[in-house]
Design a protein around this ligand. Sequence first.
Ligand SMILES: C[S@@+](CC[C@H](N)C(=O)[O-])C[C@H]1O[C@@H](n2cnc3c(N)ncnc32)[C@H](O)[C@@H]1O
Length: 230
Amino acid sequence: MEYTEEKAWGYAKEKNHLGFMIQRDLPGLLAKYVKPGARTLDYGCGAGSMIPLLKRAGLNVEGMDISANMLCVALHDHKNTAFTRINSAAIPRPDASYDLVMLSYVLVEIASLSEMKAVIREVKRVLKPDGVVVVTVSSERKFHGNWLMVNNNFPENRTLTSGCRVKCSVADSEVVFEDFFWTDEDYRLVFSQSGLSVLGFHQPLGKPEDGMPWKDELHSPLFSIYVLGR
Ligand SMILES: C[S@@+](CC[C@H](N)C(=O)[O-])C[C@H]1O[C@@H](n2cnc3c(N)ncnc32)[C@H](O)[C@@H]1O
């Protein structure tokens, strides 16, 4: 997706866009796989909305992204964090630099499986031998359910095939996300062909104790989280 200046600021304002459930479950998942102080790359950091969560987990985090407009917002909102502008699949760091690489809602913006593979191979290059990669993406169900958090009523979502364009917006927000649709099978193929194994897989669900008037979130996942390692 092309992030104009206006879109980048709109994206940053939409604090809840990645969902209550990711914010709820990700800290516990990270604690299982990485130690405080872990050297962390937030790849495709965008406006930096994952930075506070990663810092609260005690991680030593820096961000990289291809979008100058998104990085501009990140620099404004997260003054004590280092951000670097990069080209796709080119991380300007030596091999084995990071304990953790986070890709939060990045792969949904990649238009082909070959580009996705190039990104994941580069991520693997900069990962320490015992490091992990955490990937969050949309679930396959997101574009057809009746959700509290997401409006998916767009003609683009009627027929879903791998690599097709999909759209959604956060309920009650004007920010529309234009992504590519990839299946669980597509992602797993890319990971294995890039030399990484799936160590963990989690699809958060809404829980009655969340105190939210969940709809399909109670029984169907909006998001998928993959934990990858060698
Ligand atoms: C939906 S935003 C997510 C931003 C952030 N990770 C978050 O969770 O809020 C996707 C980000 O990925 C970046 N991006 C897309 N393709 C990329 C690539 N090939 N390499 C690096 N960043 C990429 C975009 O510029 C955008 O900032």
